[in-house]
Unconditional design. Structure first.
Length: 408
C-alpha cells in the first residue's frame, strides 16, 4: 500500500473535478485520494489550481467539507493563517512572536500540477510527469465527436466496496465473467466477441456489441431484451421481419433517424458507436463507457486506511436536455424521471453496497469482488491465468509493475 502511494499515486494523473464544479473565483472542491486530500479551486485570474489540503504551519487540513466558495481565500481554522487563491501566504497570526529565521522558509500552500481535458480537471503530484494529453494517448482524438466538455454530471453514486481497488479494475476490464455473474444482460450483449485494443501508457479499449444476442444463448425469435431495445428507439418488434442478427443495424438506423428528427448531430459517429459500448480504461483507475447519448464512468480509488477496501464512484454524464424525448439508454443507469437539465449540480449519493441501490449488475459485482479478495489472499492461490478475453488485465498490470518497480 505504501509503495503504491509513493510510486504510483504520487506519479500518475488523477481525475479530481469537472471545470463546471468551480465556475467562479473562489469556488473549490476537495478531492480525496487515499490518505491525501487536495483543494481544487479557481483563482482571481480564472486559472484552475490545485493544492495539498495542508496548512504549512502545523499540518492541519485547511478545509474539511467537500466544497463551496471562499472568494477571499483559505483560512486555517487552527490558528487563522490565511492564504490567497493563488496559494500565497496572506496573513500569519501574531507574526511578531516568530523569530525571523522561522519564517524564512516557503510558507505558501504546496501546489500540484493541474491540467484539464474536455472539462475534466486532473492533478499530478509529480512535477516531471508527461503532459496529461500525452498520457491519454488516442482518447482525445477518439472523443472529439462526443463533445465531452459540453456534458454535465447528471448522477454520481459513491460506495465503499470490500476489495482492493485493483480487483475492481480487473473485474471491469473484461466481459468474460458476464455469462456467469450477469446472465440477465446476455439477451442484448455479445460478451464473447469483444474487440480489445491495447495502447501505450496502460490505456486500453474494449468494444462490445449491444442490441446483439450473446452466442451463448439459444433462443428462437426475438428475446425480451432485444424487443425492449427496439421499442426504446421506436421500432415495433411485432412487425419486424428480419432475423435477430439484423436488430443491431436496425437500431443504429433508427437512432440516426431519431437524431435527425430531434435535431441531434450524429454525423460524426460510426454506426457501431450508436449501439455498442466503447469502453476506455485510463490508467490506472478510470473506465469510461462513451456513447452519443452520454458517458458512463467508473472511478476506483484506494481506501485511506484499508487495502482490502476501495472507494467506488459511478458517474453518468450527458448533454443537458430539456426535451423529454431525448433520454439516455436504460443501461446508463438513470432512474426514471431523473432531472437531465443540468441546471443544478449533481449531489453525491452515498450507498451501502450491502443494501444494494447501485443497480442489479453493480450489486452483483460488489458481492463478487468481496469473494475475490478473500480468495486471492489464500495460500492456495498461485496467480491469475488469463485468456485472450482478459488481455486488458495483463496490459494494466504490466504498466502497474513499471511504476511500482521503478527506482526512485
Amino acid at each position: 500500500m505504501e509503495k503504491e502511494r509513493t510510486h504510483l499515486w504520487a506519479r500518475v494523473w488523477n481525475w479530481a473535478a469537472r471545470e463546471e464544479d468551480i465556475p467562479d473565483a473562489g469556488d473549490y472542491v476537495v478531492f480525496e485520494l487515499g490518505r491525501e486530500s487536495f483543494i481544487i479551486t479557481r483563482d482571481d485570474d480564472d486559472r484552475i489550481r490545485a493544492y495539498f489540503n495542508v496548512c504549512p504551519h502545523r499540518g492541519n487540513r485547511l478545509v474539511s467539507d467537500e466544497g463551496g466558495s471562499r472568494p477571499g481565500g483559505f483560512t486555517c481554522p487552527f490558528h487563522n493563517w490565511r492564504f490567497d487563491l493563488d496559494g500565497k501566504i496572506d496573513h500569519v497570526t501574531d507574526r511578531e512572536t516568530f523569530r525571523p529565521e522561522a519564517l524564512c522558509r516557503d510558507m505558501d500552500l504546496t501546489e500540484v500540477r493541474c491540467e484539464s481535458w474536455e472539462g475534466f480537471v486532473f492533478i499530478n503530484m509529480d512535477k516531471d510527469a508527461k503532459p496529461l494529453t500525452e498520457h491519454l494517448g488516442p482518447l482525445p482524438a477518439h472523443a472529439v465527436p462526443y463533445r465531452l466538455k459540453d456534458m454535465r454530471i447528471m448522477r454520481r453514486v459513491r460506495a465503499v466496496w470490500e476489495s482492493n481497488w485493483k480487483v475492481a479494475v480487473d473485474g471491469f476490464n473484461e466481459a468474460y465473467h458476464v455469462h456467469a455473474i450477469h446472465p440477465q444482460i446476455l439477451p442484448v450483449f455479445n460478451d464473447y466477441h469483444a474487440q480489445v485494443d491495447l495502447y501505450p501508457n496502460g490505456m486500453s479499449r474494449m468494444v462490445t456489441k449491444f442490441a446483439y444476442e450473446s452466442p451463448r444463448m439459444d433462443v428462437d425469435g426475438l428475446n425480451p431484451g432485444l424487443r425492449a431495445t427496439m421499442k426504446e428507439v421506436g421500432i415495433d418488434p411485432d412487425s419486424f421481419e428480419g432475423p435477430k442478427d439484423t436488430v443491431r443495424p436496425a437500431v443504429q438506423a433508427a437512432k440516426r433517424e431519431r437524431a435527425d428528427r430531434l435535431g441531434l448531430d450524429y454525423s460524426g459517429f460510426l454506426d457501431n458507436q450508436l449501439t455498442d459500448d466503447w469502453n476506455y480504461d485510463i490508467f490506472p483507475n478510470i473506465q469510461v463507457g462513451i456513447h452519443p447519448e452520454g458517458v458512463s464512468m467508473l472511478y476506483f480509488r484506494p481506501h485511506a486506511t484499508d487495502p482490502r477496501k476501495f472507494v467506488f464512484d459511478v458517474i453518468v454524464m450527458m448533454h443537458p436536455q430539456e426535451n423529454p424525448e431525448i433520454l439516455p439508454p436504460a443501461y446508463m443507469g438513470l432512474p426514471e424521471g431523473w432531472d437531465i437539465s443540468g441546471k443544478e449540480p449533481a449531489e453525491v449519493q452515498y450507498i451501502d453496497w450491502r443494501e444494494g441501490g447501485l443497480g442489479e449488475v453493480f450489486d452483483q459485482d460488489s458481492s463478487l469482488f468481496a469473494e475475490v479478495q478473500r480468495g486471492i489472499e489464500s495460500l492456495g492461490f498461485r496467480g491469475s491465468i488469463l485468456s485472450e478475453q482478459e488481455q486488458r488485465i495483463g496490459h494494466f498490470h504490466a504498466e502497474l509493475d513499471r511504476y511500482i518497480n521503478a527506482a526512485r
